[in-house]
Structures are given as structure tokens and as C-alpha cells.
Design a protein around this ligand. Structure first.
Ligand code: FAD
Length: 264
């Protein structure tokens, strides 16, 4: 029997203009929040492994670390197909950097002792792409990033990784931590029945003490990354507009424009 833990993050809704608190440099999380869209690919990958039948998956557990109020977001993960969920929420986590977050996530994973941990390649807000590798390191398990294909081969998983030069094919023995790229699958939409049923699935809410997590290794004091300052990105320069009715002439002008800048 195989247990899969999927790490999912609550992020500001894409329609919300993201803002940093000027005094702490932390993201203002008071607006509408939702499930990180990249993580829906990790949930889908878990479901496809479960439904594929080659791996006998008995449980998919969605795990998150988030401020209070993330129950609704976790319910979305359950509506997509997770069997139950775990929310770690504690004031002591505020100010945790990537390494501290990964330490706490790894501790939650240890409590569950799954065979496989799946997560998204990046969050929609922090976008460090680093949590998967750091969680794998804390667990001492093999860690793969940018996984865009997954097959069960006996007691191993054969993963295809998207790399700058093409694709890597890598075999891993479980337990392992895999962060998946969004090209791996097309996440399903939850059915109305699943949305309604999600609230009834078990949801465990934990504090640092409940989870036996060392409070000195998380939060601002347990983090080595210290926010210094932030700047608005430079405003984009106005683009060149070509007004030309004749398509061939317009193409000629575009090519000349690109040629001038040595872009073709
Ligand atoms: C100095 C500093 C202070 C910070 N203070 C705060 C703070 O007070 N409050 C706060 O919320 N953030 C804070 N952050 C941001 C926080 O550390 C990151 O959001 C977090 O470490 C995850 O990094 P990421 O979003 O870049 O993840 P990525 O590596 O881009 O995410 C990859 C995947 O990891 C998984 N994942 C990431 N985060 C979580 C999570 N929390 N739970 C479950 N799965 C997850 C998801 O599957 C995601 O797709 C701070 C960061 C720094 C550097």
C-alpha cells in the first residue's frame, strides 16, 4: 500500500494586486486567497497514480502550512481528490523563510511517513522553486524537480524532467520527493458533489507544539534570510506601433525593426 502526501500552498488570488508590508517585507495576505494553481498539477499526478492501478495507492493527503483561515483552500485540494488534509498554523511560523518552511513541512511529512511526496514546481507568490529540494534534503530522500512525466516501473518511478537542454529520464526508488511542472497533466475540475463532500473529509489542524516541531527553527528567529528592501519593477518603455494596412509592408517594417536591434 502506498501513501502520497501532496504539499499545497495557499496564495493570494491571481486577481489580487500583491503587496508587501513596507515595514517587514512580508506579503500582505489579507485579501482573497486560493489554492496555488501549480499545486493542482501535483494533486492530479497523485490521482492519476492512484487511478492507474500500477501503484496501490490507499491515501492521498494534502498538507499545508498557512495562516489561520486556510481551511477553505485545503477543502479545494480535497475537492480535487485528496482523501484528507492537514493544516499547520501557528503564530510562531510568521517570518519563516524557505529553509524554515521546508523544515516544518519535512516534520509534517515524517509524521505521516508516506511513500511519495508530490508538490508544485513553484508557488504563485514566493516563486522560489526551492521548497521541494529543501524538503527532500531534510528528509534525506531523493528529490526531483520539474517532473513532467511519471511512470511506475516495478518498485521504482521513472520520471521525465524538463531541463534547459531537453529532457532527463530519471529512475527513483521510493520514498522520494517530486516537484511537478505544469506540463505534466491537465488538472481536472472538481465535481459539485466533490465540492460539497470536501467539508466532510477529515481535516487535522495542528500547532507547532501538536506537531512536535522545534519552534526555534521556524519563524523570523529561526530564519537566516533577512528581508532588506524591495523596489517596484521599472516601468515598461512604450512599444513601437506599426500602423500599416498592407500586411507584407508591415512584416517588412517589423523585420527591419528587429534587424536594426540585431534580434534576427
Ligand atoms: C525573510 C522571509 C520572511 C518570510 N516571511 C513569511 C511570513 O511571515 N509568512 C509567509 O507566509 N511567508 C513568508 N515568507 C515566504 C515563505 O518563506 C515562502 O512562501 C515559503 O518558504 C515557500 O516558498 P515559495 O513560496 O517560494 O515556494 P516554492 O518553492 O516556489 O514552492 C514550490 C512548492 O512547494 C510547496 N509549498 C510551498 N510553500 C508551502 C507551504 N507553506 N505549505 C505547503 N506547501 C508549500 C507547494 O507545493 C509549491 O508549489 C518569507 C520569506 C522570507 C525569505
Amino acid at each position: 500500500m502506498t501513501k502520497i502526501v501532496v504539499l499545497v500552498k495557499e496564495v493570494p488570488d491571481a486577481a489580487v494586486n500583491k503587496q508587501l508590508d513596507a515595514s517587514t517585507g512580508r506579503l500582505v495576505r489579507s485579501g482573497e486567497r486560493t489554492l496555488n494553481p501549480f499545486d493542482t498539477h501535483a494533486i492530479e499526478a497523485a490521482l492519476q497514480l492512484k487511478e492507474g492501478g500500477e501503484l496501490s495507492v490507499d491515501e492521498v493527503v494534502a498538507v499545508t502550512i498557512a495562516p489561520a483561515g486556510a481551511e477553505k483552500t485545503l477543502n479545494k485540494a480535497v475537492a480535487l481528490g485528496a482523501d484528507r488534509s492537514i493544516l499547520l498554523s501557528d503564530e510562531g511560523l510568521a517570518g519563516s523563510d524557505v529553509v524554515a518552511t521546508a523544515y516544518a513541512l519535512a516534520e509534517l511529512v515524517k509524521r505521516e511517513s508516506p511513500d511519495l511526496v508530490l508538490l508544485g514546481q513553484q508557488s504563485d507568490d514566493g516563486q522560489s522553486y526551492a521548497v521541494g529540494a529543501a524538503v527532500a534534503e531534510y528528509l534525506g530522500w531523493p528529490g526531483l524537480t520539474q517532473v513532467v512525466g511519471l511512470k511506475v516501473e516495478g518498485d521504482k518511478l521513472r520520471a521525465e524532467r524538463q531541463a534547459e537542454y531537453g529532457y532527463d529520464t530519471v529512475e527513483v526508488t521510493l520514498p522520494a520527493v517530486l516537484s511537478v511542472g505544469d506540463a505534466i497533466n491537465e488538472p481536472r475540475y472538481p465535481s459539485l458533489k466533490a465540492i460539497m463532500g470536501a467539508k466532510k473529509k477529515p481535516q487535522e489542524k495542528l500547532t507547532l507544539a501538536d506537531a512536535g516541531i522545534d519552534a526555534s527553527k521556524v519563524g523570523a528567529d529561526g530564519s537566516q534570510a533577512v528581508w532588506q528592501s524591495a523596489e517596484e519593477p521599472p516601468a515598461k518603455a512604450a512599444g513601437a506601433i506599426i500602423e500599416e494596412d498592407d500586411v507584407a509592408a508591415a512584416v517588412e517594417q517589423i523585420v527591419a525593426w528587429l534587424d536594426e536591434r540585431k534580434l534576427v
